[in-house]
Write a protein that binds this ligand. Structure first.
Ligand code: DSN
Length: 403
């Protein structure tokens, strides 16, 4: 094997094993999922869809893709599924294409309040191709459904968008669909962050309410990096298929689709339900311990919460992220609702438990992590002591290559 790349993979394996991974969008895929990702399926061209390909030799990749489709439909209870999107961003582009004319109006969450780049950021394709208007969170950081209705009545969007990257609370998809119906808009959900929680039954499923649901497969769902699009509407399903191929994508990544099929099957099994319940318990345990210690934190209903590091420790999110990285704790700086600092500095950190719960983190560890971060960012313990504590906490967890 290429020695330089092999050495870098080895170094990354060590980094992943020795650290506490709190980036809310990351996870550790199983051996089976990783095995499919490195399989010979990568050799095959299969433009098109099962039994309607532009190439010969697709007998087995057709079956792989059909399995993935059937399993994801069963997992989320949808009538139609496209498993070809290469990523969540592409899934969103493809869903917009299927639902809207160029320049169509989309009502989405204010980006600094926890939205995603593809939900109308000025630096994303989305704001170039569509006309975005926004709804804010209320003062305590929750969705304000009456406020959303008011903005929707004024703006009259073609589409209302829900599903966020840094929102720590439950989302009422039924209420949002009612709002969309009142103003004659379509309703789309990007469930990337909470897909695993939905699959495991600890969050409301948007599929019965939304016209289209997009997701990634690698966050709480714990599969390979990639995207999916679901719908219950046959006409929309046809438009989605054309938007994915040939409009936005060429040949599907059948090795990744095989890995998605494995991940969907894993998520259908009882241990996955136990896993997502532990994710939520651990997140709550860590958040509650921060609160008990006197830090300023959001509450949480899901796999993440926001820690206000500026008011808690006098640090920007960027500085806190860098400081924690030096002791092998990985987080990401994040805007908090009403943040006065810019996105490249921020006042907050986003903290999530999907990844380390996969390795075996329990509520006791989650509380120990809160205490460690609190003491370290308050300068009560030095780098050496903090690194020793990280080592102690991870020492009882599974190695990532054994997951
Ligand atoms: N980059 C992802 C996240 O961290 O939430 C969203 O795509």
């Amino acid at each position: 094997m290429d020695k330089e790349i092999q050495s870098l993979i080895r170094k990354e394996t060590i980094r992943q094993n020795k650290g506490i991974e709190l980036i809310a969008s990351e996870n550790y895929a199983s051996k089976d999922v990783r095995h499919a990702c490195e399989s010979i399926l990568t050799n095959k061209y299969a433009e098109g869809y099962p039994h309607k390909r532009y190439y010969g030799g697709c007998e087995f990749v057709d079956q792989v893709e059909e399995l993935a489709i059937e399993r994801v439909k069963e997992l989320f209870g949808s009538k139609f599924a496209n498993v070809q999107p290469h990523s969540g961003s592409q899934a969103n582009a493809e869903a917009y294409r299927a639902l809207l004319p160029n320049g169509g109006k989309i009502l989405s969450l204010v980006l600094n309040d926890g939205g995603h780049l593809t939900h109308g950021s000025p630096v994303s394709f989305s704001s170039f191709m569509y006309d975005f208007v926004f709804y804010p969170l209320n003062k305590d950081g929750h969705l304000d459904y009456d406020g959303i209705l008011k903005v929707a009545q004024i703006e009259k969007p073609n589409l209302i968008l829900a599903g966020y990257s840094a929102y720590p609370y439950a989302i009422d998809f039924k209420k949002l669909r009612e709002i969309a119906d009142k103003v004659g808009a379509l309703f789309m959900v990007d469930m990337a962050h909470i897909a695993g929680l939905i699959a495991g039954g600890v969050h409301m499923n948007p599929v019965p309410y939304a016209h289209v649901v997009t997701s990634t497969t690698h966050k709480t769902l714990r599969g390979p990096r990639g995207g999916i699009i679901l719908t219950n509407d046959e006409e929309i399903a046809k438009r989605i298929n054309s938007a994915v191929f040939p409009f936005y994508q060429g040949g599907p990544l059948e090795h990744i689709i095989a890995a998605k099929a494995i991940c969907f099957n894993e998520a259908l099994q009882p241990p996955f339900k136990k896993y997502v319940r532990s994710v939520v318990e651990n997140t709550k345990a860590c958040r509650d311990e921060f609160k008990r210690l006197g830090a300023i934190v959001s509450d949480t209903d899901n796999h993440l919460f926001l820690l206000n590091v500026l008011d808690s420790f006098g640090l920007t999110g960027l500085d806190a992220q860098k400081k924690l990285e030096a002791i092998n704790i990985t987080t990401n700086k994040n805007m908090i609702p009403g943040d006065k600092l810019k996105p490249n500095k921020t006042s907050g950190l986003r903290i999530g438990f999907a990844a380390i719960t996969t390795r075996g983190c329990d509520a006791k560890d989650a509380r120990a992590i809160a205490k460690l971060i609190f003491d370290y960012l308050s300068n009560k313990i030095d780098d050496k002591k903090a690194k020793e504590e990280v080592k102690r906490i991870v020492s009882s967890w599974k190695l990532i290559q054994d997951i």
